[in-house]
Design a protein around this ligand. Structure first.
Ligand SMILES: [Zn+2]
Length: 101
């Protein structure tokens, strides 16, 4: 993979753009008890995330930051992984603490 692979945009080659919901074995929903759990990329108010969600009642069991292997989002700004300024970092930490309860 070239260094700029993630930073350049090309038109999609697929006729339709879609997300594959990868089944997760061994997880049980805390809300409904279903074992139909899948992991897939999402975009929420915090930015791109990877969710592990019950497919029966859509209760999120885990929401995490995407790794390089997740390739999400597929296109990134060159500065995506740069450290945030102290003010931005403080705002993000406060928001995530608030969401964590
Ligand atoms: Zn459920």
């Amino acid at each position: 993979m070239a260094w700029n692979h993630r930073y350049t945009q090309t038109p999609p080659t697929e006729e339709r753009v879609y997300v594959v919901r990868v089944p997760v074995e061994g997880k049980t929903c805390l809300n409904c008890g279903s074992t139909n759990v899948a992991r897939y990329p999402i975009a929420n108010h915090l930015g791109p995330r990877i969710t592990t969600t019950c497919q029966n009642c859509l209760t999120p069991l885990l929401v995490e930051r995407p790794t390089v292997e997740d390739n999400w989002p597929p296109f990134r700004a060159v500065t995506y992984d740069w450290p945030a300024s102290p003010g931005e970092r403080a705002a993000r930490d406060a928001l995530e603490r608030e969401l964590a309860g």
